[in-house]
Design a protein around this ligand. Structure first.
Ligand SMILES: [Zn+2]
Length: 257
């Protein structure tokens, strides 16, 4: 069984203690590729170093995370823009809107989101969207840019069935992670009628570890718990979920095997 973790921040210092072990465990569970979403310039070097150390296994995106859109966001965007011009990346990400913590930089978050979508279209690569407490707003922004060429994923999707359908209708994927294993998450109902063709697996490591590791540090090898839960919800085999979601990821990120 081959799996792809489409969203993991395994370059963060939480993993410094046991990086080879963590990646070894991922491989043993069939996790062949791990996509690394950027956060901001404070962690770019860590991300790119990990990618260089594990070529083909760890693959970088580039973008400015909405929680890191602050007063200096224009400088941060310039760094992203320069990287995108320098070399290929799997996606522009993670980008989007986050209205959970505070709304001080709402306007700047919108500007950064729009700008980075333009860059994804320029380089013809997908976007990885962070949409915490802002799913409808992110759907609206994506819909406004959708000219038939824009692709991407709503990472850590945790919305309802109506939002899930809108995202699928936009030609986007839903990134499903550990939240789907949480009691009363409601995600089972939200994705019940969504075709597997629109789903991707992700851990969002080190965050949001699935049951039975809820509250602990997450890692890519735990992807199998998400896989098993989706197979239950979709009433199909884990092999089928693995095959379809892996094919989806390869297609979205344009990875040849
Ligand atoms: Zn993330």
């Amino acid at each position: 069984m081959r799996l792809v973790d489409t969203h993991a921040h395994i370059y963060l210092e939480e993993f410094d203690r046991d990086k080879p072990g963590m990646l070894q465990r991922a491989e043993e569970e069939g996790v062949e590729k791990i996509f690394l979403p950027a956060i901001d310039s404070g962690t770019h070097a860590r991300m790119l170093n990990l990618e260089a150390e594990y070529p083909g296994q760890c693959i970088s995106m580039m973008g400015l995370h909405p929680c890191y859109v602050k007063d200096n966001y224009e400088e941060e965007l310039k760094i992203v823009e320069d990287y995108l011009a320098q070399r290929p990346f799997a996606a522009v990400g993670e980008i989007g809107l986050d209205f959970y913590w505070d709304r001080t930089f709402t306007e700047q978050q919108y500007k950064a989101f729009h700008q980075q979508i333009e860059w994804a279209l320029r380089y013809d690569i997908p976007i990885a969207i962070h949409s915490r407490n802002a799913t409808d707003e992110c759907i609206e922004v994506v819909a406004g840019h959708q000219d038939g060429r824009l692709t991407g994923v709503f990472h850590c999707f945790s919305g309802n069935a109506i939002q899930a359908k809108k995202i699928a209708d936009l030609g986007f994927y839903l990134g499903i992670g550990g939240v789907v294993t949480f009691k009363n998450s409601g995600l089972d109902k939200a994705i019940e009628d969504i075709s597997l063709d629109h789903l991707l697996l992700e851990t969002d490591a080190p965050y949001l570890a699935p049951v039975p590791f809820r509250g602990k540090q997450n890692e890519p090898s735990y992807l199998k718990y998400v896989l098993e839960k989706i197979a239950m919800i979709k009433r199909c085999t884990v092999e089928e979920v693995a095959a379809v979601t892996t094919a989806n990821a390869m297609k979205l990120f344009n990875v040849s095997e």
